[in-house]
Design a protein around this ligand. Structure first.
Ligand code: SAH
Ligand code: SF4
Length: 416
């Protein structure tokens, strides 16, 4: 908890005001871990309700026609952030709704845009906890259509798994996010996509990756509900096939996904297929042996028929040797997986045992890739967008740009 306080009261760095998030001092509730519902005075949040829940909530609302729930559900999905914006509802109803419900429970407390077009937002939640969420834009020329936007959503405030290379892991764990807090990340990011950049027939955001702060499979019930809401055709109508959940390897969660869905893509952050090294790099996953993870992935692949991605954060001099590549190829055998290599995005101060972490050299990355390909694997390299604003993989949790990087960054004008 203390780390969260340090993070958000700005004691970690001292960047110039032009490129920092406004400070969001955590409330006492953050430090005591009180529930967000209590901080909203017990009022329910509509953004986290499925259509049927919304219908039930409004049913007891005297004078409300049943079709209103559908109307309100659709308006929330289209980005309404206050009842006053719902001008198709009678004014007295809007006023009564406003006294009974919150439309959303979070607010944008900071925004930064990278030179590469990536935008990182800080959202302050009802209890004062802060999470980050990122809108990535496909590199020019690589987009299908004019603009291809990906929303990178967080599932927890902090993370309990403590991977040594990850900023979020270094913060410790605060709490699971509620469904509404996950849905609202998407809605807030969707509002940033300029209408002129959406090709005909495309929605503003074309992919969701649950790769932000936290381990999604440790908060699967809220995540499932949030995705159900986002995929409901009466609302945002997002396609499950355009969603990827990334896990550090929680076997119970992978099995539950295999049994019950949702029908999304799955990425495993393997990083090392050498059991002992993996345990040292990702200590929180130690209860999930590689053999059990592989077995769970096999079940997922068979039941869901969805392709699996194996991700590896490449750490200079640590997990990029011949032994590492051989173990990786061995693990991947039979999974029909695609491999995604992510050169480590720097996080100041992180160490692996007695050594400072460093990114792999381009030669090291290339050699590792070649060894995997020679082992028969299909390898892609994740594009590393948002590094100028600490918005790339593993950097979420308050990395602020250095003064020297300020040319890469600007405060996001429409929000800050
Ligand atoms: N907890 C989940 C999802 C969030 S982390 C998971 O671990 O999969 C999202 C991705 O960022 C993971 O693949 C993780 O291995 C990677 N990552 C973490 N720290 C990183 C860093 N500093 N540089 C590059 N990738 C990192
Ligand atoms: Fe948690 Fe994923 Fe970061 Fe590991 S890499 S600490 S699992 S967010």
């Amino acid at each position: 908890m203390q780390k969260f306080q340090n993070f958000w009261n700005g004691t970690e760095t001292n960047p110039s005001p032009a490129n920092t998030f406004p400070e969001a001092a955590p409330s006492a509730a953050v430090l005591s871990g009180a529930s967000p519902a209590a901080d909203r005075g017990g009022l329910p949040v509509l953004s986290g309700m499925s259509l049927s829940e919304l219908e039930a909530a409004l049913a007891g609302f005297a004078g409300t026609d049943p079709y209103r729930a559908k109307q309100i559900f659709a308006r929330i999905a289209r980005g309404a952030s206050s009842f006053d914006e719902m001008t198709d509802l009678p004014r007295p109803l809007r006023r009564r709704l406003g006294k009974t419900f919150f439309l959303r429970g979070s607010r944008v407390s900071g925004a930064m845009e990278d030179r590469d077009g990536t935008v990182k937002l800080a959202l302050t939640l009802a209890d004062g906890a802060v999470v980050e969420t990122v809108l990535l834009r496909a590199p020019a020329g690589k987009a299908e259509g004019r603009g291809r936007f990906t929303a990178c959503l967080s599932s927890q405030a902090g993370c309990p798994l403590g991977c040594v290379f990850c900023k979020t892991g270094s913060l410790g764990f605060l709490r699971n996010l509620e469904a509404s807090e996950i849905v609202e990340q998407f809605l807030t990011l969707a509002a940033l996509v300029p209408p002129g950049e959406v090709s005909p027939g495309q929605r503003g955001i074309s992919r969701i990756v649950v790769m932000g702060m936290g381990e999604p499979l440790l908060n699967l019930s809220s995540l499932r509900k949030a995705l159900e809401i986002l995929c409901d055709p009466a609302g945002s109508g997002f396609s499950r096939r355009r969603i990827t959940i990334s896990t550090a390897g929680i076997c119970g969660g992978i099995m539950e996904l295999a049994e019950k869905g949702p029908e999304t893509e799955l990425a495993l952050s393997l990083t090392s297929a050498r059991e002992e090294l993996r345990r040292r790099l990702m200590p929180g996953t130690a209860g999930n042996s590689l053999a059990r993870i592989k077995e769970a992935l096999g079940v997922f692949r068979t039941r869901r028929g969805r392709r699996i991605t194996l991700e590896a954060v490449l750490l200079g001099g640590i997990n990029t040797g011949g032994k590492d590549a051989r173990a990786f190829v061995n693990f991947a055998r039979g999974l029909d997986a695609v491999v995604n290599l992510i050169p480590w995005n720097p996080v100041p101060g992180l160490r692996f045992e007695e050594r400072a972490l460093q990114p792999p050299s381009p030669k090291e990355t290339e050699e590792f890739r070649l060894m995997l390909e020679q082992g028969g694997l299909k390898v892609t390299r994740r594009y590393r967008r948002g590094r100028g604003i600490g918005g790339a993989c593993g950097q979420l949790g308050g990395i602020l740009p250095n003064q020297g990087d300020s040319a890469a960054v600007r405060a996001f004008p429409s929000l800050s």
